[in-house]
Design a protein around this ligand. Structure first.
Ligand SMILES: Nc1ncnc2c1ncn2[C@@H]1O[C@H](COP(=O)(O)OP(=O)(O)O)[C@@H](O)[C@H]1O
Ligand SMILES: [Mg+2]
Length: 401
């Protein structure tokens, strides 16, 4: 994607017409990352646009596959330790591919490899656009002020470079693992696990981990085999990380969770943890606590507490009236009647339009909700999710501080 393409892409998010997702994907990884970024910007885009763009979180590139021998050329450490491997990947995505193999010691492993040429081209694209953006900024400062393309690129560069280094993926997974281990005494996290990583065989470009026998949530959802109980278990575990710890898996996509044949949930692809500030974390917990009890005035009160500057009493009164209106159809509603993500977006938008300020800290939570809500829609659209998670809020409350 060149600078013109970048400019056009950003403008397309502000138009009335929904842009073609196919065309965005064809523009390459950077375009997809930019669109994914905008999918969360409910603070200034229409909710319909955000929902549309959020579909790009589930996309998968038809990447040019390579054989494992080609990719591992010269990497004797890994090849020497493998007894056998599949040349063809069993999963191939934007930046890398995953192969099955068996170590000489007998363990079955998954070998994730980043295609080497990737990093340079991605960063070359970014620097080219960054140069044009700063030039445009000199001629037309308002453009940069309104759209902040420099800030967006900087942000994308930050987390993509983390993703492109598999050492980060390993370290982030270990962080989630250590949080689990440190909390086992206080909270039942026994159902959660992570594949063991062979650190000595892994590097920036290669991650060798135990092959987990089972199916991804995505696969199970597609075949109609994921039970609602499995999904609720994911909610329970993930909620603990969000609300009680404030550090959580930043990409809880159904392709990144395996239901093992042993019945456990395995989190994969952990690069890029999300965090939430204590103020938002606490406010959001109580917001959901009361929402799941259909106590709308209390939920509204806690939304206001999440704002950096809470509303004064007269603005609050006007806000509350609109809030009650927004939630007038919520009690006992199934997820297909009221989408939780959509309602959350409308809620945040209402808060912002009424004068609240949540900073950018809400985006990772919205992203998580998009995924979780999407999974319930595919698994059990008749569920009254709010009533089913109500019990979790009591369990979480026992360890809440
Ligand atoms: N340790 C593993 N055991 C079994 N399957 C795995 C393992 N690691 C990855 N996979 C499979 O490969 C897919 C892609 O792996 P992932 O780490 O999510 O990479 P990507 O960054 O390409 O999304 C997963 O959806 C899963 O099906
Ligand atoms: Mg993945």
């Amino acid at each position: 994607m060149n600078s013109l393409g970048f400019g056009k892409l950003i403008f397309s998010f502000y138009g009335k017409k929904l842009p073609s997702l196919y065309k965005i994907q064809k523009k390459g990884l950077l375009a997809v990352k930019v669109a994914q970024h905008y999918a969360l910007r409910i603070d200034f885009l229409e909710e319909e646009m955000c929902s549309h763009l959020s579909q790009l979180y589930a996309h998968s590139f038809s990447a040019e596959e390579r054989t494992l021998s080609e990719l591992l050329e010269g990497n004797t450490a890994v090849l020497e330790n493998l007894a056998s491997w599949d040349e063809k990947p069993f999963s191939s995505a934007s930046v890398g591919q995953v192969h099955r193999g068996t170590l000489k010691s007998g363990e079955k492993v998954a070998i994730k490899v980043i295609r080497s040429n990737f990093k340079e081209s991605f960063f070359r694209d970014i620097s080219r656009i960054e140069r044009s953006v700063s030039m445009i900024g000199r001629i037309w400062p308002k453009f940069n002020k309104i759209f902040d393309p420099g800030g967006i690129l900087e942000n994308i560069k930050g987390y993509t470079s983390r993703e492109l280094d598999l050492v980060n993926e390993y370290m982030d997974m270990e962080k989630l693992r250590s949080i689990r281990d440190g909390n086992l005494k206080y909270f039942d996290l026994k159902s959660l696990d992570f594949p063991r990583v062979y650190k000595e065989l892994s590097s920036e470009r290669i991650l060798v981990s135990d092959y987990i026998e089972g199916d991804t949530f995505d696969h199970l959802l597609a075949e109609g085999r994921l039970t609602y109980e499995n999904l609720l278990e994911l909610f329970r575990v993930h909620s603990f990380y969000i609300f009680n710890v404030g550090i959580f898996h930043g990409d809880i996509h159904p392709g990144n969770i395996i239901l093992g044949n042993d019945g456990k949930l395995y989190f994969l692809d952990c690069a890029g943890l999300s965090t939430i500030s204590p103020r938002l974390r606490k406010g959001l917990f109580w917001f959901f606590y009361y929402l799941s009890r259909y106590d709308y005035p209390k939920a509204a009160e806690n939304l206001n507490k999440m704002s950096e500057k809470p509303l004064d009493s007269s603005s609050y009164r006007i806000f509350l009236e609109k809030f009650m209106d927004l939630y007038s159809d919520f009690t006992h509603a199934t997820v297909s009647q009221v989408s939780l993500t959509r309602r959350m977006m409308e809620t945040i938008k209402l808060g912002i339009n009424s004068g609240m300020d949540f900073g950018s800290g809400m985006f990772p939570v919205i992203k998580s909700l998009m995924y979780l809500d999407g999974m319930v829609m595919r698994c059990n659209p008749q569920a009254v999710l709010m009533e089913d998670v109500r019990g979790f809020t009591d369990i979480l409350l026992e360890q809440f501080h």
